[in-house]
Ligand binder design. Structure first.
Ligand code: AGP
Length: 634
């Protein structure tokens, strides 16, 4: 949430800052700003700050008109937490003298009391943000240090920041420039990501890797509590205790390509079309013809599987829906009790501790604050128990192995879907589902006798190997079909999505996709639950999308669909064609497969229906209002 960039070197900073912000715009896009420090050949250096409400193009236009010279600068693209999305709340925020500028991603939880103290001492605030306390606090600290005769320098700015940070509660990643030090900037992080990219005689700091990928592949991820001073000559890194730290940089893996829409109208559509490839890569990696005596090849040794008696899964949003499918598979295939929790709820009301438990965090970005905090909390409370059967066993499922999640957990399943830019998750959802199929099969084959036999598991593997081809056909077909249908939803205000069993989470995901990008109210329900209340909502104006795939609950779902039809609802079936499914007014056909594999297919019409309804309404599909791709605040 919110993207930040900072650059120092020997070239004009603003163009690179704007390019970095372009790569980070998916993190927030209600306003943007940059501040640069320019040292003219003669005279004092000066700070240049440009800010604009709305998308980055507005800031770019302002830069083209006004310029922002300087070899050192910071930038920000905002997702509003405190204060409306207006220019006066856009970052950077300045101190009263206009010499200090700060960008921040996170939340300063105690900003109210800090603000009151500053106001009492005469400071005037120009925004409603939590961030604005930082430049004012820093300015006060610098004044005190300079009053003792300390000359302005990068070291002084660093010292002032180190004195201010303990006053801040909450999570943040921030960057600061000061007109009095045109060849220095300082950055800091606590519980929010920040990485330093090492270029040739220049350094770029950013809150996420896409901003770095086009600049350098040599990176230094900052660790929690660290502060750094960046000059054109190098980096000085310090821990929260003030001690100097030395660490070797690492290389960005190949997945963080500079993002490109190709010929697609939106990133979301491109990413939906990339799903067959996501599945093909996953099959090639994890279901090779000879995975060494096992059915599935996962990067874990036997100790990882041994003695797991319970699984708890923590996730948010779409990742949580993938986790629900995962829990179904782990229980039904491997016979391991599995529970899914909203990460944001788990942290404050965790269940009683259970022994021999594997905790899985699912987050495509690897940066979702709620999921990371819940995992860290679980790790800590388990570490405090003397009985070794309660010891933490953590696994992360992510698309970003280099993320904070990657540094938090000892075991990682990288879904390898390639960067996803559309705010609405699509190919990463499919990747997460596939990760759970792999995991459930791997546990199941080690626990044969408690669930399906090995032959049944082998049949599922054959089905999974066929997925890339089935997905290819399905995506093409439904792209056309949903584009033709979209106009029928012009005046729709509510949609109900029904599913049962393993397809219930897909109904939830269908509803979430539609809400996120089309702003149509949508609810996902277990089909059998409709008659216990929600059926009261139905009439001819409320379409009902029913996922009816042959298997255990096929007849039940069809009966539930009939109940909706009897209330005049327009029925849309996500189901195979044939006599049984003639009850549907509209059919989004999906080929019949083993019911356990069906979510991999039924999600496709859900994604494409939502996409085309939103695109037909002319909405900003990739950057829907109020949302951000990666939610790094609690
Ligand atoms: C997905 O379409 C949403 N934008 C959102 O629900 C998302 O899945 C959620 O914020 C979790 O993100 P994560 O997977 O990066 O943790």
């Amino acid at each position: 949430m919110c993207g930040i960039v900072a650059l120092i070197g020997s070239r004009e900073a603003a163009p690179q800052l704007l390019e970095g912000l372009r790569q980070l715009e998916y993190r927030g896009y209600d306003s943007a700003g940059i501040a640069t420090v320019h040292q003219p050949q003669q005279g004092a250096a000066a700070l240049h700050c440009l800010r604009a409400e709305g998308k980055l193009v507005n800031l770019t236009a302002r830069f083209e008109a006004q310029g922002a010279p300087g070899l050192c600068g910071i930038g920000h693209t905002r997702w509003a937490t405190h204060g409306k999305p207006e220019e006066r709340n856009a970052h950077p925020h300045l101190d009263a003298s206009g010499e200090l500028a700060v960008v921040q991603n996170g939340i300063i939880e105690n900003y109210r009391s800090l603000r009151e103290q500053l106001q009492a001492s005469g400071v005037l605030f120009r925004s409603d943000t939590d961030t604005e306390v930082i430049p004012h606090l820093l300015a006060g600290q610098l004044r005190q240090l300079q009053a003792k005769g300390e000359p302005a320098s990068g070291a002084l700015l660093l010292q002032a920041l180190q004195q201010v940070l303990p006053l801040l509660q909450g999570s943040y990643a921030l960057a600061v420039v000061w007109a009095q030090t045109p060849a220095a900037l300082v950055v800091a992080r606590r519980s929010a990501p920040l990485l330093i990219g090492l270029g040739e005689g220049e350094f770029l700091c950013a809150s996420d890797t896409p901003a770095l990928a086009g600049f350098t592949r040599t990176i230094l991820p900052m660790e929690d509590g660290e502060v750094a001073l960046l000059t054109p000559l190098g980096i000085e890194l310090y821990g929260a205790d003030g001690g100097r730290r030395q660490r070797s940089p690492s290389l960005l893996s190949g997945t963080e390509q500079v993002v490109d829409k190709r010929s697609f109208r939106h990133f979301m559509l491109k990413e939906i079309h990339e799903q067959p490839e996501t599945a093909a890569l996953w099959v090639a990696r994890h279901l090779p013809e000879d995975p060494g005596g096992h059915l599935v090849a996962l990067p874990f040794d036997e100790d990882f599987y041994a003695g797991v008696e319970r699984i708890e899964i923590l996730a948010c949003g779409t990742s949580r829906h993938a986790a629900q499918v995962g829990a179904y598979l782990l229980e039904q295939l491997a016979g391991i009790p599995a529970n899914v929790f909203y990460a944001s709820e788990f942290r404050y009301s965790p269940p009683p501790l259970s022994a021999h438990t594997l905790t899985i965090g699912v987050t495509q970005s690897g940066e979702t604050a709620d999921t990371l905090a819940a995992l860290a909390m679980e790790q800590e409370r388990r570490s405090l128990v003397a009985d070794p059967s309660f010891a933490p066993r953590l696994l992360g499922i992510t698309n970003r192995p280099e993320s904070s999640l990657g540094r938090l957990v000892p075991h990682l399943l990288d879904i390898g879907a390639g960067i996803e830019v559309g705010v609405a998750a699509t190919k990463t959802f499919l990747g997460q589902l596939l990760a759970f199929y792999g995991l459930a099969l791997a546990f199941a084959e080690r626990r044969v006798g408690r669930g399906p036999n090995r032959e049944q598991l082998k049949t599922l593997v054959v089905g999974l190997r066929a997925m890339p081809q089935q997905l290819r056909q399905l995506v093409e077909e439904h792209d056309r079909r949903c584009a033709e249908l979209a106009h029928r939803f012009e005046s729709t205000q509510d949609v109900i999505f029904l599913g049962r069993g393993i397809n219930y989470p897909i109904a939830l995901e269908g509803a979430l996709k539609l809400k996120e990008i089309s702003y149509i109210h949508a609810e996902g329900y277990p089909a059998g639950e409709m008659k216990h209340g929600p059926i009261a909502l139905l009439d001819a104006r409320v379409p009902v999308v029913s996922i009816a795939m042959p298997g255990k609950v096929f007849d039940k779902v069809l009966s539930n669909a009939q109940e909706a039809k009897a209330r005049d609802a327009q029925l849309i079936g996500v189901a195979p064609g044939g006599k049984d499914t003639e009850i549907f007014d509209l059919l989004l056909p999906v080929p019949e497969v083993d019911e356990l594999l069906s979510p991999l297919l039924t999600v496709i019409p859900m994604q494409l229906l939502s996409y085309h309804i939103a695109a037909h309404r002319g909405l900003d599909v990739d950057q829907p209002r109020n949302l951000a791709k990666s939610v790094t605040v609690e």
